[in-house]
Design a protein around this ligand. Structure first.
Ligand SMILES: [Zn+2]
Ligand SMILES: [Zn+2]
Length: 182
């Protein structure tokens, strides 16, 4: 049984980190019946044929249907998945943001049309000290590259006008991106 399972699983981690365009190409070859429309840089799924599940320590912690696949918005190359829990219309949408810090392995189970992500929390937020999860948006200091939960770093900079790690001066531009100040 174990052997059969491994044959149907294909590693797609490199494609996920390369970006949505490459990932969607790979997925279309690996799984039958995936249909999507490209809207600017985002691939919107036209059906519910692509599923995604996130595991941690051998347990499934989230699963649903992929609604769209897009670019990471933190300025680095990579993919963001928007997943609808349970796949039901009207239920909550969740962003899944795999990075080197939050994703151990990423594969596609070809027979089930399901992306399987093994998540990890190897990065600690520079503000609150807690682990960054695969569901969390991350922002980095442009000077020392220390990373934090987006919300936490935004709050920190708007109150203290500096980086919590290197202590140098930071402000936020109109898009809430931190930039250095003297
Ligand atoms: Zn935090
Ligand atoms: Zn810094």
């Amino acid at each position: 049984m174990a052997k059969k399972k491994s044959q149907s699983m294909v590693n797609i981690k490199p494609l996920v980190f390369k970006g949505p365009k490459y990932l969607v190409q790979g997925l279309s070859q690996a799984v039958e019946g995936i249909k999507f429309t490209k809207v600017i840089q985002t691939f919107v799924m036209e059906n519910a044929n692509l599923k995604l599940s996130v595991g941690k320590d051998g347990k499934t912690i989230y699963s649903g249907t992929v609604r769209w696949i897009g670019n990471r918005t933190d300025g680095t190359r990579g993919t963001v998945f928007c997943v609808q829990k349970g796949g039901k219309e009207g239920s909550d949408l969740q962003l899944i943001i795999p990075t080197e810090d939050t994703a151990q392995d990423i594969g596609i189970d070809r027979s089930r049309g399901m992306i399987k992500i093994n998540s990890k929390e190897s990065l600690k937020c520079s503000v609150c000290g807690k682990g960054v999860r695969i569901f969390d948006e991350v922002l980095a200091c442009p000077l020392c590259n220390s990373k934090a939960h987006s919300e936490h770093l935004l709050e920190w900079i708007s109150m203290r006008h500096s980086c919590p790690i290197c202590k140098k001066g930071l402000e936020l531009d109109e898009d809430n991106n931190p930039y250095p100040v003297d």
